[in-house]
Each structure stands twice: as C-alpha cells, then as structure tokens.
Design a protein around this ligand. Structure first.
Ligand code: CDP
Length: 784
C-alpha cells in the first residue's frame, strides 16, 4: 500500500547529515570548548628516553612557579594505589612512571596550574634524574636471550614475550601442505601507523567535593564501558560517575583506551576540589596514544598447479610496545587476525601468533578496522598476488577460482568464523567491468613491450564487524551488546538514545532514518542522543564498525516494539480488531479500507490522551541487542598505477571500489565512509609510517615527519556497490565504517607488484616510496 506523501529519510535515502548544520557553522561542542568555573589545567611531563630507570624526581622548581597548584608524580599516585592501571588486554600499565620509563613519551609527572601555558612551562622545570638503559625496538630482537627486560616489575616475567595464540587445525594444514604442488611464501610487515584523529584526546574532570559527583567530559568512543572501568580502577561509586563524551573530532580507535592523562586529571580534581582539564597536543597524541598495526607476518599458501588453494599457514609476531594494551575481545590474543583466510574457500588453515614487548608506546587499537582484520586482509591479499605472479596466472582469475561461492553461505571458515552472506564473484566482476580490465591488460602488455611499467592491482576483502555476540566478544569482560531507547512524544516527535557514540560517522542522521523506516516518523523529527552515560542506555560504544550492526539493530528492534504497541492503539482509534490493522511507513489502516487510517502522529497523541482500556500510557521503550553473529561486509578494489623507471615514482591512475555492506541506510554517508577509508588506505600504502631509531626515539611525532595524505596527492575514487543483506540483521545492514581501510592497502601495493613482478620484484613493504621502488628496480637492472 503506497502512501501519498512519504516522510523524508527512509532507509536508502541520501538525506543530508543533520549534525552538519552545527559543525559547519562552528557550533560543535568539542572537549576543548568546555570551560568550567574554577577550572585548572594539567600538563604532562613525558620521558625523553625509551628505556631508563628513574633515580629521582625533583618537583620543587615546578612547584615554585606562580600559578602552579600541584605537581603529581607516580609516588603520590602510589599512595592512592593509582600508579598502575589495568589495560584493555588484561595487562598493567603505568599511570605515572615510578620505577622506570619504558617508552619515549611515557607519562612521568603532571603539573596542575591555573593556566595551561603555566602548567606546560612548569612541567619542563621538573628535574628527573634518569639512568638510561638499553632500549629494544624490534620485536624479534626483544625476544632474543639477553635482550633488555622491559617489564621487570612483573614478578613472573622473565623475557619480553607476551602471548602465544593459535587458531585453526595444525594437523590438517600440515597434511594439505604435503599434498600441494607448490608452496607460495610471503614475509611482510604492516608498519606501525596512527589513527591521528583531527581532535586529540582530552578530559575535563569535575568532581564535586560536596556531593562526590564525578562528571567527566572525555574524548571517549565507549563512555559506558569507561565509566565502569573508572569505577573499578579508581574505586569511585559508579552511580556517582557521569561520563559525557561531547562531539568528537574523529576517533578511529584512538579514543577507545583509557589513557593515564584521564586518570591523573580525575585524581587531581578529586584531591584539589576543582575541575581539571587536560588536552594533548599533536605530538603527545602521536607518540603516546593507541597506535595501530605493527605486525610482522609470514604467510604460506599451499596451491595446486591449476591455482586451487589447499591450505594457509601463518606465523605472526605482534609488536605491542611496552604495555600490552590492545583494544580487543579478551578471548582473542591477536584480535580477529585469524580471519586471515579472507574471501577464499580454504579447506585448512593454521595461524600462530605471538606478541612481544618493545620500548614503544602501547595501543594496538582497532584503527578503522575490526580488531586486527586490516593486517589479516593485507596478508592474504598480498599472498594471493604472490601466488598469481608465481603461477603466472591472472590475479582476478585466481581469485574467482578460489572464492567462497555464494551458495556456500553461511560459510564456516577454517579458523572458526561463520560468514553470514556474500557474493564475492559479483563484486569482483563488477569492479573489473567498471575499470575496463581486459582493455587495461592489453594496454599493459603493449607498454611492457616498450619497457613501460604499468600495474593493475586487485584486492578482494572480507571484513568481520559488529561485535558481539556477547558470549564470544567482550571488552575487559563486558559483553559486547548494544542498546537503543526510543521515546515518542505526544506530538509525534521522538528522541532516540543510544549506547554507541559517533565520532563523525553521521549517527544522528542514519539512526533517525532507521526509526523513520520502522515507525514512519520523519528522520528530521527524531533527535538522536549519544555519549552521556546518565542519559543513554548502557552500551559498549563505537569502534570496529559495530554501530550499525549492533546499535542499528537495537534501534530497529525498539522501533518495532513501539510499533506493536502503536498498532494496538491504532486499532482502538479505528474501532477495528488489531489483526485487521496494517502499517505502511507511518500510516495504520484497516485492511481493505485504506481510507480508514491513522498516522503515527495520531497514535502518538493517543498514547498520552486516548488509550485502550487498561493500557499503560506513553510510547517508549528500550532494547538491549546482542547479535547472533558478526556481519561480514566485503568488496573488491582495483587500482591502476604507472611507475616512472627514472624516479620510482608511483602514480595512481585509477581506483575502482566495489563495496557490499548489505542494505545501505544512507548511501551518501556510506560513500563518505568509503572515501575516507580509501584515503586512509592510500596514506598507509604510500606515506604513513611511525618508526623508531635504535635508541627508541620516535620518528613520526609530528605531521611533518608522519605524512598524512592531503587532497593534493589523494587519487580520485570511483565507487560502486552490490547489495547482499545480512540475513540476521533486522534491516539487512552490515557495517561499513572501516571496510575501505581494510581492503584498499593491498590493492595499491598489488598494483605496484603487478607492474614490476615480471622483473622479479615480488614484494615491497609499505609505505611504498619512490626510493624503495627505484632501489628495487636498480637491483634488477631495470631503473633508468
Ligand atoms: O560503528 P561506526 O559508526 O564507525 O561504523 P558503521 O556502523 O559501519 O557506520 C558508519 C556510518 O555509515 C553510520 O552513519 C552508519 O549508520 C552508516 N551506514 C549506513 O548508512 N548503511 C550501512 N549499511 C552501514 C553503515
């Protein structure tokens, strides 16, 4: 039954982002915009050394500076049992160093002052006497006997090894490798990079000394989980803690961990009875907060002569820095890296992972990916490219030969995931068609005859997003469900409150669209609120593209709950039996008599004014949704590059991206997410790198050393879609926030390898610089 004038903002409509009105007018409310009466400012003194014993700390010169209110050291925190805190991966992390510093940039002391610049200047006057120790920055070196012991404060820690973890079937994999015609190997490194949100991390901690009420304005992607962890770690009563995560200027996983600055500012507010603000500068953010990647990977693919994959064997060493603080479900020691079988029907696989401590900042966050899936996707796609080069097969053909076929879904992977749905050949074929693959291959063959270097890189990815279900997935023991609370007011306008927290992804628009679709209330009439623990239902927050699969599902479910009640009220208003009432986009009508109808707005008013006998007033509800499974978005990216033999410069000529995230709620927002991800993937493939010298000095502590792509170098993207709904998601949506970052780096690098593979160059690690390409060409006598 069609309705006359459909309200705007149903699922599938590219309506403009509601939140942009305030953002583009400069009316957003970010952490640094918050200013409270009597507020003090905190600055952190950080270690200049990567590994050093602290002999003494003299705070007197800083204390003497006019305007300084207090200087906090680890020794002071120790008195309050706050010198160490638990990490999200069950390790411990120093809040302020007491015994040693273990990475450059580690927090050593804090100055609280009436002015932020006074706090900063005074912090530089703190005199720390360090005994410099040998640092270790390479995880392989860190695991060698005799390497400096980083975590000597841990009683049972005798070396720098953190964990060993395996997935898959070792025996079946070994057997398959024995039978294979060929083994293709690849050793590669996914370098350390950084989420680099536009807004750095910070807090305004406001503890009222009279009431004990703690209001913490925090750059938090997971305010509810952070509240609980604060209650446990700091011993504050949870009902007295209110975390408000205001507008966030990006997060990308960087705002998931709890950082020492949050803890010290809170402790300082408690001790001083004043609000305390701390906000990082850019270098602090880059050197000390949650990094991403830093995985050393070895993959082997057992293949037959005809290109059929038989098994995958992977060994991975993760460089976790000085504290094992990865943000990931506690059951999985290397996150969901074991999805490394990717989009392929691999009968057997075995994955071994180890983690090592090094003198680097901790983190290991889900930077625009589900817990380490980016690294996995990169490895398998690079390995498949190697197989294509070695077998002299077309990279598209080898993929089509080995894809999980559409009829195999739901598909159980050799490492234990149950993929919900997919049509990988369709996405690949669409990408090939859109780029004009056959023609490009002809062009490439002609150019090769002339000695010109042109490459066509293919990468097909499968993501895994939407954690939980809660039985398998947790953060620090908290089950990964999520929630939505919906209140429809008498005039038919609604407020939707969520446990997730946008950092710029457009939740205020897309979640309102889900309500519009399910209840018919226009999206413009649905106010979406997130990020205030006192005013939103408990949830695990936004990272790993979980908002739509979990929070979005909760929104659909709570809307349906309200629709059921609304139907009863409509039956009462229409004097019909509930069984005879039908609903279509905001209109209830009697079956067979469409002119007898009531709008959702009529029904909302009646929910407060004219109810059926015995029915509770109001139209509101809450749903806590624990998904039955993850969702598995996928896609294929194809990149064309031209390489200059004289300079090694790689020019990305074209980039075609086909993404399938199931049903798209707001196609324009999805496109925006994909463009962002493709840009990030480009940056990682060609520019972004945080590295360290032998002494552990961080090279990449500012944006002149750590290069992010600007619009100048970023290529143009051509984006397309296929739609394979998730069968278990109420609206068939899968997450998309990170797919492009997961899927694209391999496509860029594969394009480079496709251009130079015939010269015997089969691997160049990221970031692929002109230098690296030119050196590789020169070694093969192919540089000009
Ligand atoms: O968790 P996060 O918000 O980072 O990721 P997401 O759930 O993948 O969503 C990113 C943005 O894209 C949100 O505004 C979603 O509602 C939107 N989206 C969509 O419109 N349709 C989809 N199928 C998936 C996401």
């Amino acid at each position: 039954m069609a309705i006359d004038t459909p309200p705007k903002g149903f699922i599938g409509e590219s309506i403009k982002r509601k939140e942009d009105d305030r953002f583009i007018r400069g009316k957003g409310n970010y952490l640094d915009d918050i200013s409270l009466p009597g507020m003090l400012h905190m600055s952190i003194l950080r270690s200049p050394f990567a590994h050093a014993r602290i002999r003494s700390i003299n705070t007197k010169p800083a204390e003497a500076v006019p305007g300084v209110v207090a200087v906090v050291t680890g020794a002071l925190l120790e008195q309050h049992k706050l010198a160490w805190m638990p990490t999200l991966s069950g390790d411990t992390q120093a809040v302020l160093a007491t015994d040693k510093v273990r990475y450059q940039g580690q927090e050593v002391a804090c100055v609280i002052a009436t002015d932020p610049y006074v706090a900063r200047d005074a912090a530089q006057l703190i005199d720390v006497d360090y005994e410099v120790l040998k640092a270790v920055v390479d995880p392989y070196q860190a695991l060698k006997p005799g390497a400096p012991l980083i975590r000597d404060e841990k009683k049972d820690q005798k070396d720098n090894h953190i964990y060993h973890w395996e997935a898959g079937d070792k025996a079946a994999t070994e057997a398959a490798f024995k039978k294979a015609d060929k083994v293709v190997s690849l050793e590669t490194f996914y370098p350390r990079c950084h989420p680099s949100p536009l807004e750095t991390c910070g807090i305004v901690a406001d503890i009222n000394p009279a009431t004990g009420q703690a209001t913490l304005y925090m750059t938090s992607q997971a305010p509810h989980a952070h509240r609980t962890l604060f209650a446990i770690v700091a011993g504050l009563p949870e009902e007295k803690i209110r975390i408000i995560s205001p507008d966030l200027g990006g997060g990308f996983g960087n705002k998931v961990p709890i950082y020492p600055g949050y803890v010290v500012a809170t402790a300082a507010s408690l001790l001083l009875g004043h609000p305390v603000k701390w906000i990082e500068d850019r270098s602090e953010n880059l050197i000390s907060t949650g990094f991403a990647r830093d995985f050393h990977m070895q993959g082997e693919l057992a293949v037959n002569k005809d290109g059929k994959f038989l098994a995958l064997r992977v060994k991975m060493l993760s460089d976790n820095g000085a504290f094992y603080a990865d943000a990931q479900p506690s059951k999985f020691r290397a996150g969901l890296f074991h999805i490394v079988t990717g989009s392929y029907d691999l009968p057997a696989a075995h994955v071994e992972t180890d983690g090592a401590y090094t003198n680097k900042a901790p983190g290991g966050v889900a930077y625009r990916c589900s817990f380490r899936v980016t690294e996995a996707s990169y490895l398998i796609e690079r390995l498949v490219e190697s197989a294509a080069v070695e077998l002299k097969m077309d990279p598209a053909e080898i993929r089509l030969k080995n894809f999980i076929r559409p009829e195999q879904f739901p598909y159980k992977s050799a490492t234990g995931f149950e993929y919900d749905s997919g049509d990988y050949p369709r996405a690949l074929k669409l990408a090939l068609e859109k780029i004009g693959y056959e023609q490009l291959r002809k062009e490439q063959a002609e150019k090769r005859k002339r000695g010109e270097l042109m490459g066509i890189g293919v990468a097909s990815f499968t993501e895994v997003v939407g954690a939980g279900h809660g039985t398998e997935y947790d953060i620090a023991g908290l089950r990964m469900f999520d929630s939505a609370e919906l209140r429809v007011h008498p005039t038919g306008k609604a407020i939707l409150k969520l446990g997730v927290k946008s950092q710029g992804q457009g939740h205020e628009t897309t979640f309102a669209q889900i309500v519009a679709e399910e209840l018919g209330i226009p999206a413009s009439d649905v106010e979406v609120q997130e990020g205030d623990t006192d005013n939103t239902p408990y949830g695990l927050g936004t990272y790993a593209s979980r908002s739509t699969p979990v929070g979005g599902a909760a929104t659909a479910m709570v809307s349906r709950k309200l629709r059921d009640k609304a139907k009863k009220i409509a039956a009462h208003l229409l004097e019909a039996s509930e069984a005879d009432i039908e609903f279509d986009h905001g209109k209830f009508f009697v079956k067979g008599a469409p002119s007898k109808s009531k709008t959702i707005q009529d029904v909302a008013f009646a929910a407060y004014t004219n109810l059926p006998e015995g029915m509770e007033a109001g139209l509101e509800g809450v749903t806590y949704y624990d998904p039955p499974n993850m969702t598995f978005p996928f896609g294929t990216y194809v990149v064309v590059v031209d390489i200059d033999r004289g300079t090694g410069q790689v020019k990305v000529r074209r980039m075609v991206a086909v993404d399938d995230c199931g049903v798209r709620i707001n196609p324009m927002i999805v496109e925006g997410q994909i463009h962002g991800g493709l840009t990030e993937g480009f940056g990682i493939a060609f520019m972004e790198l945080i590295t360290f010298d032998e002494e552990g000095n961080c090279i990449g502590s500012n944006f002149t050393d750590y290069l992010l792509p600007t619009s100048w170098e970023t290529p143009r993207f051509e984006t397309f879609e296929t739609v394979t709904p998730s069968p278990h998601h109420p609206i068939g949506a899968k997450g998309v926030g990170e797919s492009a970052t997961v899927g694209s780096p391999a496509a860029y690098v594969n394009a480079v390898i496709d251009a130079v593979g015939h010269l015997g160059i089969t691997n160049i690690d990221m970031p692929v610089s002109s230098d690296k390409v030119w050196t590789a060409l020169q070694e093969k006598g192919a540089a000009e």
